[in-house]
Design a binder for this molecule. Structure first.
Ligand code: C2O
Length: 474
């Protein structure tokens, strides 16, 4: 089997961040676990998966377990750009895995996952044209390292801000209400969809058998984060009591709507062979603050309880066109001393640890790019951001991609609001000599075509809405 070597990203190397824990034997011997598709011991799981896919594709269209019917569940109900994103996809994986077990007659079957940070090409068995795992609509079979680099993942599992994992809170129980996207959704999640495209480029993406391995890895990142101190799922009733609509339970042959709060544990939290490690020293995040680290878009949060821990540092007064391949700077006017936004917070002495504020950049209402592979590299106070600016530059925040834009059922997804944790980058910028309070922060945006990173087009532009810098933490 020919395996491509993963190009270790310079970002990761520069950050010197820890890698995945290997071969941890956290599970009791014999308990089936979801394994990395490229690990030698997973070859049987991959083969069984191929056979399950073949069987599901052969089921009649009247059978809810049929391959197309499973993908339609996603098209009809999947939540994106809000905090139901993770629990909904966890339930979706659970019931899909159960159908695989059912058609295989093998209750020990667990889905393999695709750890794109360790190998950014679609696992080899999925590239075999004669395999049920093949999808002829893919336009690419690998993902640029910048969207899946180990450093990106380590930052996410180390985060103390719920929004970085779960994306933004909704204001109602509407499962498809657009809020905003956090680091996990806008970065690796969207980046993988936007790179592979074909079926993976839209809400029928579960038609591509690799979709399920992609989402297992997203789910594994949530499971990894959950192992961190103070890292618990939201408890806000709007999240916890939400009934996730809706799945087919092949064991009871019923349509089911489990509650979101259930997804944080029990049978829904399936074991993995390996988890991501957090790089940060453990933080204890006070419960109340943790709840509020799920911010809503500024326009929707007025008068809500979040004001107590959510402070606006400043915002842009004008936007600009960001052309593909070209760097653009948008100033954010600041009132006050930004250093107060990234400092430590004295925590109750009993806890004995410092709680840190989290600064977020909120880029509002970014319209869908003309080309679905166009993404945005984001910088803070970079002198001249361009395609050539190194991703190891200390001013680089990350790369955000688009997914699901313009889906008919989601009017609100014509434009997306992104929330990026900029705590570390902003602190570095402020530590550099000569910071003067009240001076603007320059947000650098470079539109990059992931399928052709050198492409320059003055005609293809993205014009974001307002940009804000907010602090989370009282
Ligand atoms: Cu609901 Cu990655 O898709």
């Amino acid at each position: 089997m020919k395996r491509r070597t993963f190009v270790r990203s310079s970002l990761e190397a520069a950050a010197g961040l820890a890698v995945v824990s290997r071969a941890s034997s956290l599970w009791a011997a014999g308990t089936p676990v979801r394994q990395s598709a490229t690990s030698p011991s997973a070859s049987s799981a991959v083969q069984r998966y191929a056979s399950a896919v073949q069987k599901m594709k052969a089921l009649p269209a009247t059978d809810p377990r049929n391959w197309q019917n499973q993908a339609k569940i996603h098209d009809n109900f999947c939540p994106h750009t809000n905090w139901y994103f993770l629990p909904w996809h966890r339930a979706y994986l659970f019931f899909f895995e159960q159908i695989c077990q059912d058609v295989l007659g093998d209750a020990s079957f667990r889905l393999p996952y695709w750890n794109w940070s360790a190998g950014n090409s679609i696992p080899q068995p999925f590239l075999d044209r004669s395999s049920p795992l093949f999808d002829s609509t893919r336009t690419r079979t690998s993902v640029p390292p910048e969207v899946v680099a180990q450093g990106v993942i380590t930052r996410i599992v180390s985060s103390n801000a719920l929004i970085d994992l779960f994306s933004g809170a909704t204001s109602t129980g509407d499962q498809r209400q657009g809020s905003n996207q956090g680091l996990l959704e806008s970065g690796p999640h969207n980046g993988v969809h936007a790179s592979i495209l074909g079926d993976m480029g839209n809400f029928m993406s579960p038609l591509d058998p690799v979709f399920w391995l992609h989402h297992c890895n997203i789910d594994r990142i949530w499971a990894s984060w959950s192992k961190g101190q103070g890292h618990t799922a939201p408890t806000a009733p709007l999240w916890a009591n939400h009934v996730l609509t809706q799945f087919y339970d092949s064991s009871t042959k019923q349509q089911v709507k489990p509650k979101a709060s259930l997804m944080a544990g029990g049978k829904w939290l399936v074991a993995y062979d390996s988890y991501e490690q957090s790089s940060a020293a453990p933080h204890v995040v006070p419960r109340a603050m943790q709840e509020h680290m799920m911010m809503t878009p500024p326009t929707k949060s007025a008068g809500r309880a979040t004001a107590r821990v959510r402070t606006l540092a400043g915002q842009s007064t004008a936007s600009a066109d960001v052309a593909v391949g070209v760097g653009t700077k948008i100033p954010v006017q600041i009132t006050g001393d930004l250093r107060a936004f990234v400092g430590g917070i004295a925590s109750p002495a009993a806890l004995g640890v410092a709680q840190q504020k989290q600064a977020h950049l909120v880029i509002e209402d970014v319209p869908a790019p003309a080309s679905p592979t166009t993404s945005l590299r984001v910088f803070i106070n970079c002198k001249s951001p361009s395609l050539q600016t190194s991703l190891t530059d200390p001013t680089y925040v990350g790369t955000i991609s688009f997914f699901g834009m313009g889906h008919g059922a989601m009017a609100e997804m014509k434009a997306t609001t992104f929330s990026l944790n900029i705590t570390d980058v902003l602190r570095r910028a402020l530590e550099s000599a000569g910071y003067v309070p009240n001076s603007p922060v320059e947000v650098g945006l470079v539109a990059v075509d992931l399928s052709n990173p050198g492409r320059v087009s003055q005609r293809e532009v993205i014009r974001p809405g307002r940009i804000q810098i907010v602090a989370l933490g009282s």
